[in-house]
Design a binder for this molecule. Structure first.
Ligand code: ASP
Length: 328
């Protein structure tokens, strides 16, 4: 009697571990993780209403991706759907509401990677594309290239029937204020420091995908390109592992963060948690690189470390229940 209760308990605990992100090797169940950037998000700076608005938008993005996965769609489609919704929201630093360059312009970067096919598409320095993640996907699927920048990328969009939007579409008062503050060396308000968006997903057929979209850093030099469109740095997916990063891009480029996490798991046999934590909580911290990642492996294990005060993040699985968090 006692022994059977113990066995049931052990099984139950084992199940709980798989759901809560400790490494398991069970068969894949679909998963979608999104982030909305990492940064200084001191509670006193985010009002309850702001916090609710961020969470509601993350929730909508998770549900959008969930619908794709739940209908048997691909992780690639789920990643794109979730990111597009976040790009359309002025709250996040991607698409509308992008952080502004020192010249007051929006220059957008994005990338997407299909881990199963090991294909990737990326765009950088866009000024007139409403959904950079959609154009990144067109680069992947309709050209022999991986990355297109600026006018050449926008020409592809036009060729493929994707309408251009005016610069003004991207510019919000909030981001203009944040730029003025940075230029006057005043600390920026919560949520305007980072706010890049990204997603990683595993579909019911075990295929992984990752994507990231951003306006980059407030007050960046015109022409600066961050890690988000760089495959291996801000975004990476293969057959076993998918990562999307957010933070001070230069550090993520120099440390090839997304790829390094997957490589450590693959070559050293590190668990996803160990690999992601060591990169974000030790290596980047030692160098002063602020930020975080969302990572997912083919078994559905999840890691979401960040070394900032908070990271907008959320997760949804087959039960359709979304878990959304900002702080530790
Ligand atoms: N990583 C992005 C960049 O450096 C910014 C961010 O994640 O907030 O462009």
């Amino acid at each position: 009697m006692h022994r059977s209760i113990l066995v049931v308990l052990m099984l139950w605990v084992g199940h709980g571990e798989a759901l809560h992100g400790q490494d398991s090797t069970s068969r894949p169940r679909f998963q979608l993780i999104v982030h909305g950037g990492a940064g200084a998000l001191r509670a006193r700076h985010l009002t309850a209403a702001q916090e609710a608005a961020f969470k509601a938008t993350l929730y909508s993005a998770l549900r959008r991706g969930y619908d794709v996965l739940n209908e048997g769609g691909t992780s690639l489609d789920a990643v794109q759907a979730a990111i597009q919704l976040l790009e359309d929201s002025p709250l996040f630093n991607a698409g509308r509401g992008a952080a502004l360059t020192s010249a007051g312009t929006a220059e957008l970067d994005a990338s997407i990677m299909d881990g199963h096919k090991r294909k990737a598409g990326a765009v950088a320095g866009l000024k007139r594309i409403k959904n950079p993640i959609a154009l990144a996907r067109l680069v992947m699927e309709r050209t022999p290239h991986v990355m297109l920048a600026g006018e050449g990328a926008e020409a592809l969009a036009q060729e493929q029937g994707m309408p251009l939007v005016p610069q003004a579409y991207f510019l919000t008062e909030e981001r203009k204020r944040a730029l003025r503050k940075v230029q006057n060396s005043v600390p920026v308000p919560a949520g305007s420091e980072y706010g890049t968006v990204g997603a990683v997903a595993l579909d019911s057929r075990g295929r992984l995908a990752a994507g990231t979209s951003t306006g980059g850093l407030t007050n960046k030099r015109p022409g600066r390109i961050g890690d988000s469109p760089i495959v291996g740095a801000g975004t990476y997916a293969d057959e076993t592992c998918a990562v999307s990063a957010t933070g001070a891009g230069e550090y993520f480029i120099r440390n090839v963060v997304a790829y390094d996490i997957c490589a450590r798991a693959r070559y050293r046999g590190d668990s996803l948690n160990v690999a992601a934590n060591d990169m974000v909580l030790r290596k980047l911290v030692e160098q002063g690189g602020d930020g975080g990642v969302i990572a997912l492996d083919k078994h559905g294990n999840v890691a979401m470390p960040f070394n900032t005060e908070g990271m907008f993040r959320g997760r949804i699985g087959p039960d359709g229940k979304a878990a959304i968090q900002i702080y530790e």
